[in-house]
Design a protein around this ligand. Structure first.
Ligand SMILES: Cc1cc2nc3c(=O)[nH]c(=O)nc-3n(C[C@H](O)[C@H](O)[C@H](O)COP(=O)(O)O)c2cc1C
Length: 156
């Protein structure tokens, strides 16, 4: 795995909006989508691809997450998106909740696949990498970062 593409963590905040809803239905891997204005404001140095890090919901509970920022070549999206898979099973959907992300490490570039099963297999592999890396990262303390609890870094 190549972590060189992320010199320092990235912090992102937004309200969860509806995506195309293929994540849950077609892939069995639910994703939380961020609004377009948040994606348009992402720093240009954040390369497209798959990353892992921490997510909080409504400034409370903190979870491991894996995310994809890009164009979903498999689905030929016409707009850039940022979709987060939280490593937790929720009994309900998360629309309208505030999600805060600390993006810590790069996993791979976005890819195209010849069938949906290959896409699913790759995302499952991303999830397993994120799970293992974040066990190590927990020691680094980013899980306790105040940003996840709603205190912006510039206010420190
Ligand atoms: C960890 C992760 C990795 C992903 N990797 C790719 C990828 O390599 N190529 C791609 O076309 N889409 C990728 N996706 C995007 C999925 O295709 C997308 O989440 C799915 O289409 C659901 O989108 P929707 O919520 O807008 O319906 C990835 C998503 C996640 C969460």
């Amino acid at each position: 795995m190549n972590n060189n593409k992320l010199a320092s963590p990235h912090f992102v905040v937004g309200s969860i909006v509806k995506g195309f809803q293929r994540g849950s239905k077609e892939l069995g891997i639910p994703t939380a989508n961020l609004p377009q204005e948040v994606i348009d404001a992402l720093p240009t140095e954040l390369e497209l691809g798959v990353y892992y890090g921490w997510a909080s919901l409504n400034k409370k509970d903190i979870y491991k997450m894996v995310l994809n920022v890009g164009w979903n070549p498999f689905y030929n999206n016409t707009k850039k998106s940022l979709e987060v898979h939280i490593l937790h099973k929720f009994p309900h959907d998360l629309y309208g909740q505030e999600i805060r992300l600390v993006i810590l490490g790069y996993i791979r570039p976005e890819m195209n696949f010849s069938c949906v099963d290959d896409l699913i297999r790759e995302i499952k592999n991303d999830i397993s990498i994120a799970d293992k890396e974040l066990e190590k990262q927990d020691v680094g303390g980013y899980k306790q970062n105040v940003f996840l609890k709603g205190i912006e870094p510039q206010h420190l």
